[in-house]
Write a protein that binds this ligand. Sequence first.
Ligand code: RM4
Ligand code: MN
Ligand code: MN
Length: 414
Amino acid sequence: MTMEHWQRQYEALADSLDARGVDVAGVLARIKAQIIELPSWAVGNSGTRYGVFRQAGAARHIWDKIDDCAEIQRVVGVCPVMASHVLWDVTEDGRYEPVREYAASKGLRIGAVHPNTFMGQQFRLGSVCSPEQTTRDSTIAHFIDCVRITREMGSKVIGIWLADGTNYPGQDHLRRRKQRLFEGLKALYDAMDPDMTLAVEYKFFEPGFYTTDLMDWGMSFMMCQRLGERAKVLVDVGHHPKNANIEHIVSILLDEGKLGGFHLNDCKYADDDLMAGTANPLQLFLIFDQLVDASLDPATTEAAGQVAYMLDQSHNIEGSIEGIIQSVMNTQTAYAKALVVDRRRLAAAQAAGDVILANRTMMEAFETDVQPLLRQARLDTGRHPDPIIAYRESGYAQKIAAERAGAGIGALGG
Ligand code: RM4
Ligand code: MN
Ligand code: MN
């Protein structure tokens, strides 16, 4: 495709959106201003519990991860932030400041910092919910250390996911576990700097198969309410029972000012961690529709503006870097479609009880090909209109495959 062809496509789309009453310049500006955090843990090798398919050039350590994230940002332009998992992103000599500095030298800052309380032997029965006092104490010590790490990384957000749960009825006392959960989270919350935010992630099962201590948004929400204003719910798209209405959850959290952020990915069955927007693009669009709607309502503009968007996925068969780029693009697509909803027509249809027209208005936006808009946003910022092509043409994959030959770390990835 030629530049002229892209230009014509953009002009045709802009005309039809204009006729729909969409402020095209405003939409373009919002597409360019979107920020999606890259998951440091997704660029290394990852796998399933059955095995790991090693990728040529997979990141071996934190420096490679930063290089890879910087390369992704070079082609997409909306990801100047790298989210971090503390245990996997430390330097060889146990430091974090050099991580921030090296990232900054590559044009990246560190986003949400994720403590790790699921990989040590002591966590067999849980972390803060464990019946063992020593495990609870050492978890809290790790939490407090994470506040220091977050500071050293120059971040203001801690994203917490706990693997706590039980496998069998009777294994532990459920109300006691709930009480321990609050105590542990409170210790973390109280240790945070006043300008830090805690994002509390939930997941309905796994690794616990009978109970999970932070099992759903209600549980996260309740903990956050009790903790205070700077504690908010983190929604990982893949952490719900099948067919849960995530956009409805999102709307309620936005209205309560309690939506902290997202872990974006997609799933067919459970916590599959597939590329965002691949299994259920309609769902991703409907989630972004709620976010855009809230951003336009003065009552929720601020709450919507504070939401952090992170990718949390793992690339088992596709190349990690391309998988992440594709997820970014799919997320941009969902956002752009939400931005072109004819909200005046929708509001009128809702008020008139016109169910058909209301739903058609939504579907009209979902079915709009927004790629010309996204390409234009990239061209305007000096980028190739197709980040995957830009990446493939750069020779970066060949370069890292040659440079990193031989070794590969087994990063797990959420
Ligand atoms: C969990 C959850 C967390 C991620 C871990 C590794 O399922 O998604 O966000 O950090 O996996
Ligand atoms: Mn997650
Ligand atoms: Mn997960």
